[in-house]
Design a protein around this ligand. Structure first.
Ligand SMILES: [Zn+2]
Length: 145
């Protein structure tokens, strides 16, 4: 853990304390770009599948023109501390930022790991697309009757 990693945890913790005060927002995330800017977001809970805080933070970073992102962390409300990203977020992080680092672990043993380490045998979307688009046969005309 570098000082900048500890600062990122502090940023997410501050947002969790300040903004996660309802069932709709229970997790805050902070992400740092390679140029040192920090972007934050909170989850938007909804039964239809509202986005996690990590995805909202990625959107905030994109909104503000951040380029490559270096490190991300999520922190739960009510003092729950650092939370590991869910499976969907791990896939999103890997696809968007394959070299991003993720802060995980209990408060007394936080560590930084490459996202690929959190997703062994990862699925790489681009590697599994057909080389050419699938063309369907033209519809046959209805028989005259
Ligand atoms: Zn997630």
């Amino acid at each position: 853990m570098r000082d900048t990693d500890r600062a990122l945890v502090q940023a997410a913790t501050a947002v969790a304390k300040l903004r996660c005060r309802s069932e709709n927002h229970t997790v805050a995330a902070a992400v740092r770009s390679v140029d040192g800017r920090v972007f934050t977001g909170v989850n938007v809970y909804h039964f239809t599948g509202g986005p996690c805080a990590e995805v909202v933070a990625l959107g905030a970073a994109a909104t503000q023109g951040a380029g490559e992102l270096e490190t991300i962390v999520a922190v739960g409300d009510r003092g729950r501390g650092v939370l590991p990203p869910c499976g969907r977020c791990r896939q999103v992080l890997l696809d968007y930022f394959p070299s991003i680092r993720v802060i995980v672990g209990p408060a007394d043993a936080l560590r930084v790991v490459p996202v690929a380490e959190l997703l062994p045998e990862e699925y790489v979307w681009a590697d599994h697309q057909a080389a050419a688009p699938v063309t369907l046969p033209a519809p046959r005309p209805e028989p005259a009757g």
